[in-house]
Every structure is written in C-alpha cells, then in structure tokens.
Write a protein that binds this ligand. Structure first.
Ligand SMILES: NC(=O)c1ccc[n+]([C@@H]2O[C@H](COP(=O)([O-])OP(=O)(O)OC[C@H]3O[C@@H](n4cnc5c(N)ncnc54)[C@H](OP(=O)(O)O)[C@@H]3O)[C@@H](O)[C@H]2O)c1
Length: 245
C-alpha cells in the first residue's frame, strides 16, 4: 500500500498500467470503476462529467485499454449518453502490440431491453455489442429489434441475474471485465459477491444534493476490500484502488 500518494503526472502510462495490473490473475477478473464526491455522491447535476478531472479521464481510458469487455448498465448508458465503444489510436496500438482485439466489446445490461437500436452505440460499434437482458426482455419486440444490431443474451427469466451476466461473458472468453456502473448494477454485483476490484476516484467536492451513492440496493453482508494504491491527481483528486480482500 502506497500511503503517501504519488502524483499521476509523474507516472508514465506503462507505470500506471503496471500499478493497475498488480495482483490481477490471468483468469476472470471483474473491475468496477467509479468517481465520488467527498460527501458520497456519484453524480453532480445528474452526470459525472464535472467530477474527476483530467487525471481521472487518463486512468479511465487506460483501464478500458486492458479490458476484454466494458460492461455498463442501461441507466448509465442512457443518462451519460454513451456512444460506441471506440478507443483512442494509442490504446488500439497498445492492444495490437499485446495481441488483443482493437477494441473491447461493449456489453450493456438491461432488464427491459429499453435501448435504441438506431443509437450510435450500435450503428457505429467497431465490435458487435452484447445486450444482456432477461428472457422476457429478449423475447419482447424491443429485444428482437436489438438482436438486429447486437448479440442479445438472456441472463435470467423476468429479471437479469448478475451471476449469469458474468458467466455469459466468461463463456465468450471475455475474462477481463471492466464495469463502469452504474449504482444499481454495482449494488447488484456487490450483493452477488462478484466484485474483484474497485477503482474509485475521490473528487474533492461537496455535492450536498440528491445524487445517488455509488452503489444502491441491498447486500446480505459487508464485503471486505483491501487497499492497493492511492495516487494524487491534479486539483487534489485521489485515485484509489481496492481489491477483494
Ligand atoms: N460516479 C460514477 O462513477 C458513476 C458511474 C456510472 C453512473 N453514474 C450515475 O448513475 C446514475 C444512473 O444510475 P442507475 O442506478 O440508474 O444506473 P445503472 O445501474 O447504470 O442502470 C440501472 C439499469 O440497469 C438495468 N439492470 C438490469 N438488470 C439489473 C440488475 N440486476 N441490477 C441493476 N440494474 C439492472 C435496468 O435497466 P432497464 O431499465 O433498461 O431495464 C436498470 O434500470 C446516473 O446519474 C449516472 O451519472 C455515476
């Protein structure tokens, strides 16, 4: 544990990647990434855009770089107006050098299949996205429309079973799962004890409003995590990393 934070600005991309790879096994690994304000809000004005700053964005991109799949639940895809999962040229180059596909797969979790098939998430996707939904979601008109532009996978009957989501990705060889939220889905992952790592950026701000916490829902027990590192970003942002204890 690095107690006195090193500055992100003093670290090269390779040094940062080494820090985030520490302890990650070759097999399945589920990392969740969030930003929070000091008073525990996961958003400011309903979005995360004003939180975290440039160093958070730099690490955010680096974490996508090493992922087989970027997993995001539908609420976040809609609220944050996600586009297609297209990485920057430098990330693509790095992935090619490391024998990976150019871009990670974009996997979206939705119970209702309430996603727009004409969205650029699908129409401009470099890799066919995966929609993880329920059996009823997949069988609905919306689910059938999504099947034209994505692989639609049923994970549970009337609702989405998160353990089945993780299994479905593993079955496709997508072991390095990078989850970007949001809070409801993170809560479900915690309840199902599927979280191996949390990378949490602490933005030194007080929201004082009605923003959600980073995980909502109910979990049967406290899940212990072990601190792995803390880095200092510009303007007092802290980039923390915790792994399963
Ligand atoms: N601070 C951060 O780093 C961060 C990160 C991400 C998001 N956010 C914020 O979080 C807010 C969105 O929160 P949210 O809780 O609505 O988002 P969410 O967890 O991304 O999405 C919830 C949706 O996921 C789908 N879902 C399907 N199965 C589920 C399951 N088993 N458990 C949970 N969700 C399941 C449902 O979609 P359907 O309705 O389509 O069935 C559900 O409505 C936004 O304000 C966003 O800015 C913050």
């Amino acid at each position: 544990m690095n107690v006195l934070p090193r500055s992100v600005a003093d670290l090269t991309d390779d040094e940062l990647l080494a820090l985030y790879a520490d302890g990650v096994p070759d097999g399945p690994w589920l990392r969740v990434n969030f930003v929070t304000t000091l008073d525990g809000s996961a958003s400011a004005g309903g979005r995360t855009a004003d939180l975290g700053g440039d160093d958070d964005l730099r690490v955010f991109d680096l974490l996508r770089r090493t992922a087989d799949v970027v997993l995001v639940a539908a609420g976040t895809v809609r609220d944050e107006e996600y586009g297609p999962m297209v990485l920057h040229d430098a990330d693509v180059e790095w992935r090619r050098e490391h024998g990976m596909s150019d871009h990670p797969v974009f996997a979206i979790v939705t119970g209702s299949a309430g996603l727009d098939p004409s969205s650029r998430v699908f129409t401009a996707a470099p890799v066919r996205p995966i929609v993880l939904t329920s059996t009823s979601g997949a069988a609905s008109d919306r689910g059938r429309a999504l099947a034209e532009v994505a692989d639609v996978v049923a994970c549970g009957d009337d609702s989405v079973d998160v353990a089945a989501v993780v299994r479905a990705l593993g079955d496709r060889g997508l072991d390095r799962i990078h989850c970007e939220g949001g809070p409801s889905f993170f809560g479900a992952l915690i309840a199902a004890d599927r979280v191996d790592e949390l990378t949490l950026t602490v933005d030194p701000s007080l929201e004082g409003g009605e923003g959600p916490r980073i995980a909502t829902g109910s979990s049967p027990e406290l899940r212990r995590m072990r601190p792995a590192h803390v880095l200092l970003g510009a303007d007092g942002v802290l980039l923390t990393r915790y792994v399963r204890s």
